[in-house]
Ligand binder design. Structure first.
Ligand code: ATP
Length: 453
């Protein structure tokens, strides 16, 4: 598709917006262009959302142009002087909050690999030359009479058509090793193959990852986790040796990565829709199988904090217990789902997802049954208190017993649970009840099949 037609393909609100930007650029005699992901997606034929974020590049003073735009759109302006960029926020006619990044075309110089670059103003074409891949180094002019003209100095449009991902120069990954994560995301998202030279350069630059901080690695992993198919990027990063280069103990199993990625995708299968932190889930998947003595340093390289590391340790230990219980239950002719539920319900969401990702299909089905049953328990602590049981240890024990009966199918409905709760409450109210309670382990409250039916 030509760039002129690409602009035509913009959703109406964005087309009007680009025309407005173009008119303002024309009045101020500035070369202004659309750049970044929007250009790539337009030329790839991916439809843009009507509220998609646009990146605008200005040859001249970007923040000053952003100020004019903010006035024109009745929006607000935030300048980032050190980076020669600004952000404009405004409310669209239909009431949606929108924003746009406006940057000054610039050149960058890296003084050290992995460090932030030094920037100075430059031409639009020079700005494109500092970008990561040919498919991201294209711009569409917005200023009249050139509106719609494509700037594509590195052949990005052809690479998109040939499904090829290519860096612009042979020190690209050394300059910024986080581009390896970007490479995995774009290759996975658009089904691109790394060109041979680009792949060789990536492998050569792997040692440069050692100089990238854990915080930046975590940020990149968070972006991977946000992809529609995170597993496709994670598996690529694993195969390319990126994780092992971050820390040699990070050698995740591809199946585990694929399944963890599935858990992250927009519609994970029930009942695994949990409130797992996507980035933390990726870290858990990477750290699973890591030798205990390497765990602290490997977790630090992934940007995990000390409390998060403690959480990982605790969860990985708990996972070992859960895996053993799962194996025992699978081998049993009459699995007791309540025992399994007691173990997995206390896992953090990330641990639960990881257990599901690493277990075999029958174990996963058993876990799903236990979770669905446990989560559908129709009686609450409040209901038990309403029966006259004093709050505290007695109430907790009765509730656990009821839960066990419910999950194992010993009480079929709410009425059966209420009847059982009443029997326990009466037993505890009897003179011997309190003494009996003192000697009881939570799991040993009288709750047999005979008691419950
Ligand atoms: P996405 O759809 O994932 O948001 P994007 O290309 O819009 O993709 P951004 O991170 O918003 O991603 O970057 C906008 C543009 O800035 C990119 O298209 C690319 O031209 C440039 N860019 C971003 N990060 C880098 C980098 N690390 N090195 C070089 N250029 C970069």
């Amino acid at each position: 598709m030509s760039a002129f037609h690409a602009l035509e393909a913009l959703p109406a609100p964005l087309r009007r917006l680009t025309e407005r930007i173009g008119a303002l650029a024309g009045r101020n005699r500035l070369r202004v262009a659309l750049v970044g992901g929007a250009v790539r997606d337009l030329l790839f034929g991916t439809p843009l959302a009507p509220d998609a974020e646009l990146d605008v590049l200005v040859e001249g003073d970007g923040p000053a142009f952003a100020g004019l735009l903010a006035l024109d759109l009745h929006g607000t302006l935030r300048k980032h002087a050190a980076f020669l960029t600004a952000r404009v926020d405004w409310i669209s006619p239909d009431g949606t909050p929108q924003h746009m990044d406006v940057a000054t075309a610039r050149t960058e110089r890296y003084l050290a690999a992995g460090a932030l670059p030094l920037v100075s103003p430059a031409l639009l074409e020079q700005d494109l030359a500092r970008r990561d891949f040919t498919i991201n180094a294209m711009a569409i002019r917005l200023d009249p009479p050139y509106a719609g003209q494509l700037l594509d100095p590195f052949g990005g449009q052809k690479d998109l058509a040939d499904r090829r991902l290519r860096v612009l120069h042979d020190r690209s990954f050394e300059d910024d090793p986080t581009r390896m994560f970007r490479a995995a995301r774009f290759a996975a998202r658009y089904n691109l193959t790394l060109d041979a030279g680009t792949f060789a350069q990536l492998v050569r630059a792997l040692p440069a990852l050692r100089r990238v901080s854990g915080t930046r690695i975590r940020h990149e992993l968070a972006l991977v986790a946000e992809e529609r198919d995170p597993a496709a990027s994670l598996v690529r990063l694993g195969v390319w040796g990126v994780f092992a280069a971050i820390h040699p103990a990070l050698t995740p199993d591809a199946t585990c990565l694929r399944l963890a990625g599935r858990m992250l995708s927009s519609a994970p299968p029930a009942p695994w829709q949990t409130a797992a932190d996507p980035c933390l889930l990726v870290a858990y998947a990477l750290l699973y199988g890591c030798p205990p003595d390497a765990l602290p340093e490997a977790a630090r390289r992934l940007g995990l904090s000390a409390p998060e590391l403690r959480g990982v340790r605790k969860t990985l230990t708990a996972l070992a217990g859960c895996t053993a219980e799962l194996a025992a239950q699978l081998a049993s002719p009459a699995p007791r789902l309540s025992a399994l539920y007691a173990l997995i319900a206390s896992l953090p969401p990330e641990g639960l997802c990881l257990l599901a990702a690493t277990a075999g299909e029958s174990a996963r089905n058993l876990m799903a049954c236990a979770l669905e049953r446990g989560r559908s328990m129709p009686l609450s602590g409040g209901d038990v208190l309403a029966l006259g049981v004093p709050s505290g240890i007695a109430c907790g024990q009765i509730l656990r017993c009821l839960c066990t009966a419910w999950i194992d199918g010993l009480a079929g409905d709410r009425e059966a649970l209420v009847a059982l709760a009443r029997r326990h409450a009466a037993a505890l109210a009897a003179p011997a009840g309190a003494a009996q309670l003192r000697g009881l382990h939570p799991g040993r409250l009288p709750c047999t099949k005979k008691d419950t039916v």
